[in-house]
Design a protein around this ligand. Structure first.
Ligand SMILES: Nc1ncnc2c1ncn2[C@@H]1O[C@H](COP(=O)(O)OP(=O)(O)O)[C@@H](O)[C@H]1O
Ligand SMILES: [Mg+2]
Length: 354
């Protein structure tokens, strides 16, 4: 079906469309650098803000609610503009899984991956099958034999997550979250071994056209209050009974020891290979592995994102890694547009769209 739509597209007039949020300004900027038209799908309350970036946006599609994205008239408008949707970290959360994976507009990337990402166990299973080290995971009810982090479903920027030292604390914490309406059942939560080390998030790009995995950058997610707690002496933390929380406020740039790069690239390649096996045609474009590195330089990956992550916004002008491949400023947003351009030039557009 998507193939039929693409076959009717005027490939000299492709527009890059995305929801105006998350990393959209980077995506629009990159699309412009590569000579594409851009479409901002925006909710009416945010329109004024994105109009300040009119120089990056050719058309606005204004919605009252993100959930209107799959309305017939919106889809028709997108198709009439020869649009390719670039899904980012907020896409599924905003429009809902059903619309996200079924929309009758070509998507840059692997739409089958959305459903895997929405299920925390399927997500960790994919990493495990890829042979990427992951923390131990527990289901509710299993004996908890070490400190764990308890995560709630959906991309909510860490909201509601907590640390627990035993089964009793897990249950207490979950009961509170049910009362707060954050979850309905205890089983929705994913429980993971709490890893100690430093957090590191790697931005990759898999190019079907060049048949290679590129490392485009790395970042550290800066989270309150867990990252602020080191400013408070441990005895004061204990005295005040402060609980660590994991609400993201921004991202910091990170350049890694070069000796870590082979392992990081290997894990990126394994991820792509596994998606080719279990979700053909496999990953396309940007993805991210989120990890903790311990003092033996062991890397454990506690989650992945199959789309562009907000940490790439640090590198709108390129990163120390993307420059090594391209010798020109190459953000992830621009890299997406470059891949689409290369695919069009080589008559291979269907290989990067699903
Ligand atoms: N297994 C783990 N051990 C230690 N910290 C973790 C672990 N998993 C997640 N975290 C912390 O919690 C944050 C949010 O977790 P994550 O699974 O990335 O959820 P989301 O990205 O959906 O908010 C991470 O950025 C990290 O700081
Ligand atoms: Mg995450």
């Amino acid at each position: 079906m998507i193939r039929d739509i693409v076959s009717r597209y005027d490939l000299d007039r492709v527009s890059i469309a995305t929801l105006a949020s998350h990393s959209s300004l980077q995506i629009f900027h990159g699309a412009k650098m590569e000579g594409f038209k851009t479409v901002a799908i925006v909710t009416s309350d945010r329109l004024w803000f994105y109009e300040h970036f009119k120089h990056l946006i050719d058309s606005f599609i204004v919605l009252n609610s993100w959930r209107d994205l799959c309305r017939n008239d919106v889809v028709e408008k997108l198709v009439s503009l020869n649009s390719v949707i670039v899904p980012h970290g907020s896409y599924v959360e905003y429009v809902g899984l059903d619309c996200a994976e079924n929309i009758a507009v070509p998507i840059f990337g692997l739409r089958k991956l959305f459903r895997v990402e929405a299920d925390q166990w399927a997500k960790m299973g994919l990493l495990q099958r890829a042979g990427i080290p992951i923390p131990r995971v527990y289901r509710f009810g299993e004996e908890i034999d070490r400190p764990v982090i308890v995560k709630l479903p959906g991309a909510k920027g860490g909201r509601g997550y907590f640390i627990a030292k035993n089964s009793r604390e897990v249950e207490e914490g979950l009961r509170k979250r049910v009362e707060q309406g954050l979850i309905k059942t205890f089983e929705e939560a994913m429980i993971q071994e709490y890893l100690v080390g430093v957090t590191a998030y790697y931005h990759y790009f898999y190019s079907p056209i060049l048949n290679r995995v590129e490392i485009l950058g790395a970042d550290i997610r800066y989270e309150t209050n867990v990252d602020g707690l080191r400013r408070v002496p441990p005895d004061v933390v204990a005295e005040m009974g402060i609980e660590p929380t994991f609400v993201v406020v921004g991202n910091l740039p990170l350049v890694l020891r070069e000796s870590l790069l082979p392992k990081i690239l290997e894990y990126g390649i394994r991820f792509v290979e596994e998606t080719k096996k279990s979700l053909p045609p496999g990953a396309i474009g940007p993805f991210c592995l989120e990890s903790i590195i311990d003092d033996n330089m062991n890397i454990k990956v506690f989650e992945f994102s199959g789309r562009i992550v907000a940490g790439t916004n640090i590198y709108v002008n390129g990163s120390p890694y993307s420059y090594l491949y391209w010798s020109e400023p190459m953000s992830t947003g621009r890299r997406i547009a470059r891949e689409i351009r290369l695919a069009i030039e080589k008559n291979r557009i269907e290989e990067v769209l699903t």
